[in-house]
Design a protein around this ligand. Structure first.
Ligand code: FAD
Ligand code: THG
Length: 835
């Protein structure tokens, strides 16, 4: 038997115990779980979680984690009773806005394979006879609901006990009442775990410490961006109407219930009702002030994750609950507490390895709902080196450094608590902090009336009010159809004018937020050659579009690699995950062969970038640069150093919007001057500043994929339409073997370009696509194509669906006829780019 690595899991909550189980089921032994509390009831969030599992989520990954958790808990049983009570889930609407939101939510459910349906108020009442059938105090009433039969209640604490017992039988060691106090390391690698009762040697440590995660991270100098927040939960006294309905004291028969218009949720506990509230002020928890409760003093009512109830914070929720469930007028609050769990800056969990401490992994900020799914993905990561599920919204390293600061984590996580049940538009930006990261052009953009949205802390203009006047000149054929009210949010008709000007004259685009890395040193070429699908060992001046793959051939990222000189490359990447990946791989390479070192530096903030694009781009730059920027002087996908009005600029000839022109890079201090020079020079050619609205439309017309949205690590290059980015005859790069095998197999699905037949209806992304009347795929990106005069939607569809076939996209419960179309829709001959 080959020895599996020695694993120590910190925390015996629902995440830690599920992870032990997933590792055991993959054949690993040598696992120790260390828990500070008593194993029978450890005292973390799991010990008091009421266990509601609503699976549907805008994120495909989170929905899949939830449905895996449901299946697993259903199969986990003792004495004929499983750990999941599949009662169904009911989300209510008492406002028109919420009712519309439920339609979108049903769309997510369908896209991700969850069965659900919208029901009217009468049917809601059949499921929950206690619901107020009349009007509420303010005149609202139940308008309908989303019913998902496979949702229900997890018995989380019981599941933990069953998992402990079955993994113990399989050889896992559990150390209860044992606190982890330090992590032993040697040469940047974990070697063991220090505990209150000695050191446990380890090759791999996985912190599943829930809201203690930040404290555990500190032991290895890792910032774990989560915030412990208290959240109120109460149990009522017996409700007469429920008498005799449930045999068991914790039994339940009605679906789990959400009343999001008042930030509330409900379940039965026998003949009592449990009420959870997000309606109160955010209550960040000072970990220093947490009650220190000895393992022998702990009980169901006394544990570190349970703070005293603050009745005044619940007053409004109690009134709202009596309004919704009038029977509660005949009950009181029996027991309440402020329970602690974790929030993060974007609401996602934290999964993955610490970039600077090999072998230290984190699986935190995870709900009971997603616990088994998260554990499965973590086990895949540990055992196979690669999870099957796209983790880009879950990666520990997805945040920019500033986003892991205590201040940022505290502010954004509290905001997430407040917004948790709000109706959110997919483009809705953070309110605060804003103006955290601004490009050097920001003052000019503000003067031009930029409408900004936020991304990775950056302010990004979506359109410029200064261009509104162009709408008067906009030729009729460029005018876009009016949008429905939802898709009109965070969008402006001005984008049509900006696209028109870019395609017919020239536009300036702020590309500063695009993450840039410098990879330099004698080992730079070898590193990039090994990690990418492209042949980057070309002469200086070459730019290569290529992919970073995982071992299984899934797409980790798509990047541009510009060779500036023998030992210096500049990369355009997608997120901080890419930065940490390259940094870690460079370190490993240097450890194996010190002569092959390479430095990976994030140069995003110290530099800036303008995209100067459009048929007149050459005229504009010719006025301020003496360098040869003719086609011969700098060919498509080539780079060189030029001077623009005396400013040193790296020009790269490529364009995500598919027009002639360059990405122009300079260091931050020259940015404003560069913008002014180009803007001034462009006046006689009709130059405009243009925003993301136009940009996104043009990139879809051109068929350029957006990583994380159109394709992820779940997809392979060929089915994603990116086979061209694998260098011919190249071998030996990460993912090459898996790809070679892939190439032989026919793909079962493909990323397709759809156009909406009515020519006017827009969708936003993630909507289900029906083939022959059945759900068969989902939309990734969508936009109105101003130049092609059609709404465009990219979608994953079964491979059998062919160009010319008719499909339907469901939007707000309506089916829109769409046609699978050959791509790209715009300039397939590349005449604009190569001219
Ligand atoms: P925990 O259960 O907290 O486990 C972490 C463990 O690590 C703890 O047992 C702790 O003792 C141990 N530990 C920490 N530090 C150390 C150390 N230094 N040494 C040793 N051991 C250590 N989720 C849902 O999905 N549905 C719900 O309906 C729901 N309702 C909730 C209601 C309330 C009131 C609250 C507070 C949370 C609710 N949640 C719900 C969230 C859910 O409870 C948590 O997200 C989940 O239980 C977290 O599980 P975990 O295993 O990550 O953490
Ligand atoms: N600019 C730079 N780097 C980037 C992006 C960018 N890195 C991240 C992301 N965007 C990568 N995405 C793309 C997608 C398409 C192209 C460039 C970056 C592109 N594709 C050509 C095509 O498909 O026709 C490639 C042609 C070729 O390989 O020769 O231009 O926006 N710097």
């Amino acid at each position: 038997m080959s020895a599996s690595p020695r694993v120590v899991i910190i925390g015996a909550g629902i995440v830690g115990t599920n992870l032990a189980d997933e590792l055991v089921s993959r054949g690993w032994s040598n696992i120790t779980v260390v828990e500070q509390g008593p194993l029978e009831l450890a005292g973390g969030s799991t010990s008091h979680a009421p266990g509601l599992v609503f699976q549907t989520n805008p994120s495909k990954t989170m929905t899949e984690f939830a449905s895996y958790t449901v299946d697993k808990l259903l199969s986990l049983s003792a004495n004929g009773v499983s750990c999941f009570n599949q009662l169904g889930g009911l989300e209510l609407a008492t406002t028109e806005g919420r009712l519309e939101d439920l339609k979108r939510k049903l769309g997510y459910a369908t896209s991700w394979g969850i069965d659900g349906r919208l029901i009217d108020a009468d049917e809601c009442e059949k499921h929950w006879p206690l619901l107020n059938s009349g009007a509420f105090a303010d005149g609202r009433k139940v308008l309908g609901g989303l019913y998902v039969p496979s949702d229900g209640l997890a018995s989380a604490a019981r599941a933990v006990q069953l998992l402990i017992s079955r993994t113990r039988d399989a050889g896992v060691t559990y150390l209860g009442s044992t606190t982890v106090t330090g992590i032993a390391q040697w040469a940047g690698k974990v070697t063991g775990v220090e505990t209150s009762s000695g050191v446990i040697p380890a090759d791999i440590v996985v912190s599943c410490a829930g809201f203690w995660g930040r404290e555990l991270g500190k032991l290895v100098g890792l910032k774990v961006p989560l915030l412990p927040l208290a959240h109120q939960y109460v149990k009522t006294t017996a409700v007469p109407e429920l008498a005799g309905r449930n045999e068991m004291p914790n039994g339940a028969g009605m679906p789990i219930l959400r009343y999001q218009d008042r930030d509330l949720y409900y379940r039965e506990h026998g003949d009592c009702i449990g009420i959870g509230s997000y309606a109160h002020r955010p209550m960040p928890v000072d970990m220093e002030a947490l009650p220190k409760i000895g393992a022998d003093e702990m009980s169901e009512h006394r544990m570190p994750s349970r703070l005293d109830f603050t009745l005044e914070d619940f007053a409004q929720s109690w009134e709202d609950s009596q309004d919704l469930l009038p029977a509660l007028h005949r009950a009181q609050i029996q027991d309440g507490f402020n329970g602690i769990f974790s929030f993060t800056p974007d609401g996602g969990p934290l999964m993955g390895e610490a970039p600077d401490v090999a072998g230290f992994f984190v699986a935190e900020a995870v709900w009971v709902t997603h616990s088994a799914g998260v554990a499965k993905a973590m086990a895949e990561l540990l055992v196979d080196g690669q999870p099957r599920t796209d983790l880009h919204g879950c990666e520990l390293t997805r945040f920019e450094k500033v986003q892991t600061s205590d201040e940022y984590v505290s502010e954004t996580s509290q905001q997430n608590f407040v917004e948790i049940y709000d109706v959110m538009h997919p483009l809705q930006p953070k309110e605060s902090p804003r103006d955290l990261r601004v490009s050097p052009f920001n003052v000019r953009q503000k003067e031009l009336g930029a409408f900004f949205l936020e991304s990775a802390g950056w302010e990004r203009p979506h359109w410029f009010e200064a261009n509104r006047g162009l709408l008067e000149e906009l030729p009729a054929e460029w005018q876009a159809p009016e949008r429905d009210p939802w898709s009109a949010l965070y969008s402006s008709p001005i984008s049509a004018a900006e696209a028109w000007r870019t395609r017919t004259a020239v536009g300036l685009y702020d590309m500063t937020p695009l993450k840039r890395l410098s990879v330099s040193g004698p080992g730079a070429q070898a590193l990039l050659q090994r990690l990418s699908t492209g042949n980057i060992a070309k002469k200086p001046g070459a730019v290569t579009y290529c992919l970073l793959l995982a071992d299984d051939g899934g797409i980790r990222s798509d990047v541009t690699v510009a060779r500036l000189d023998e030992e210096t490359f500049q990369l355009g990447v997608n997120s901080n995950v890419d930065f940490d990946y390259l940094r870690v791989e460079a370190r490993k390479q240097a450890a194996a062969d010190p002569s092959q070192w390479a430095h990976v530096t994030d140069i995003t903030g110290s530099t800036c970038c303008i995209g100067l694009w459009g048929p007149l781009a050459r005229e504009v730059i010719g006025k301020v640069s003496g360098d040869d920027l003719s086609n011969e002087g700098l060919k498509y996908f080539r780079t060189k150093e030029i001077s623009v009005g005396g400013i040193p600029v790296t020009a790269m000839r490529l364009s995500y919007v598919g027009e002639l022109g360059w990405e122009l890079y300079t260091t931050a201090e020259y940015g404003l001057k560069l913008w002014d020079l180009l803007f001034e020079a462009g006046q006689e050619h009709g130059i405009i500043a243009a925003g993301r609205g136009a940009f996104n439309s043009m990139r879809l017309e051109k068929g350029y994929r957006l990583w994380g949205t159109d394709m992820t690590s779940e997809h392979h290059p060929y089915e994603s339409g990116l086979g061209f980015s694998i260098a011919k005859d190249k071998v030996g790069f990460v993912g090459a073997e898996a790809l070679a095998a892939r190439k032989e197999q026919p793909a079962s699905r493909a990323l397709r370009c759809l156009t909406v037949d009515d020519g006017t209806s827009l969708v936003l992304g993630k909507e289900p696509v029906y083939v022959n009347g059945d759900p068969a795929g989902y939309v990734t990106s969508a936009a109105y194509g101003y130049s092609v005069r059609k709404p465009i939607a990219y979608a994953w569809l079964p491979a059998g669906v062919e160009i010319g076939d008719s499909v339907e996209i469901e939007y707000f419960g309506k089916r829109l006829a769409a046609t699978v179309t050959a791509e790209p829709l715009f300039d397939p001959g590349m005449e604009r780019l190569r001219g």
